[in-house]
Design a protein around this ligand. Structure first.
Ligand code: MTE
Length: 332
């Protein structure tokens, strides 16, 4: 490298001061990127994620469940997370009673360990799998989903689990498998309301195969960084964020792949009110009330405004194509 003092006193830099071309080009790229606003957006994204991390503090009540942040599109809403206390004291879990505070009061009798889940029907690898094995079938991810209940309230919950599609990949569904049935625990010894006539037990839910395989469908083992509390469906449940909450069956014991559309608990109880699809839809009223708005749990002060319910609960970009060409008024 030539080093020479010029007439105007200008000195060429020594080698160590010369910016390597790659770094220089990187800087230019960075400046361009900042000028386009991308940096602002990235910073805002970072700040939001930090704010979220602050909100999702472990309550320290149950065993921790480590998770990575999910990379699945649409998996993390940045809305305010519902307080753990509300999410665990305002529940639907009819096996423990029909009042919202019954599950928190009564579900201590549920025994989430030892636990197995039987996978049967149209699969190459049926079997009874221990919870400990299921937990390891894929990395645990944190996903912050809105959950909209058919009764008109909603919550925002940081779940821990992985896409249900990982289970399907393990057990290898056969070509004629068109539906997945989720069958939940019905043990009258530990669940005081199993046997009551409110539903035909066990509580069963189902999805079409492509719905089950959508990456948003979450096999869920925890929430708020810890294992699931009993009242939220310990030790394993399903969470389907674009459907009314009742599709998210709790305390799963059996998963069946079938050719026929499963008969689901709420559909059997009142077919005109609860269809198989149950997509969150502000344009299709429940026969006894409107679905146009919702009450966010935790925002229920005297002057709290109701929120507008979103089509597919706000997950239209991710799931809308599953229903292309279907009449969603008929297929409610
Ligand atoms: N799963 C079982 N086994 N039994 C139930 O009664 N209730 C459903 C669903 N899963 C239910 C169930 C309903 S109506 C809703 S809204 C959600 O669980 C509520 O989930 P959360 O209490 O964790 O908010």
């Amino acid at each position: 490298m030539l080093i020479r003092t010029g007439r105007d006193g200008f000195q060429h830099p020594v080698t160590s001061e010369i910016t390597p071309r790659a770094v220089y080009e990187d800087r230019r790229r960075l400046m361009k990127w900042m000028a386009t606003g991308a940096a602002g957006a990235a910073l805002a994204g970072w700040a939001q994620r930090e704010a979220l991390a602050q909100q999702v503090q472990r309550p320290g009540k149950l065993a921790a469940l480590q998770a990575v942040r999910s990379g699945v599109a649409g998996a993390t809403t940045m809305e305010k997370v519902t307080d753990y206390k509300d999410a665990t004291s305002y529940n639907n879990f009819y096996e423990f009673g029909t009042d919202k505070d019954d599950p928190a009061k009564n579900a201590h009798t549920l025994k989430p360990s030892p636990w197995t889940v039987e996978i049967e029907g149209l699969v190459k690898k049926p079997g009874r799998y221990a919870l400990e094995d299921l937990l390891k079938w894929s990395a645990q991810e944190e996903r912050v989903y809105r959950l909209r209940c058919v009764e008109g309230w909603s919550m925002v919950i940081p779940w821990v689990g992985y896409s249900f599609s990982n289970v399907a990949r393990r057990v290898e569904p056969l070509g004629n498998a068109k539906f997945v049935e989720f069958i939940t625990q019905a043990d009258p010894k530990t669940m005081p309301f199993v046997g009551s006539r409110v539903l035909d037990w066990p509580y069963v839910e189902g999805l079409r195969m492509d719905e089950a395989m959508n990456p948003l469908t979450l096999l869920t083992f925890g929430m708020y960084g810890e294992v699931l509390p009993n009242q939220n469906g310990a030790p394993v449940r399903i969470v389907v964020p674009w459907k009314y909450g009742f599709k998210s069956g709790k305390s799963l014991v059996k998963i069946r792949f079938s050719e026929q559309m499963p008969k689901t608990a709420w559909n059997k109880a009142a077919a005109n009110e609860y269809g198989f699809y149950s997509n969150v839809n502000p344009n299709v009223d429940h026969p006894r009330w409107s679905q146009a708005t919702e009450r966010r749990i935790g925002e229920d002060g005297l002057f709290a405004k109701k929120r507008k319910t979103l089509v597919f609960n706000g997950y239209e970009a991710q799931v809308g194509q599953l229903y292309a060409g279907m009449d969603l008024k008929k297929n409610y």
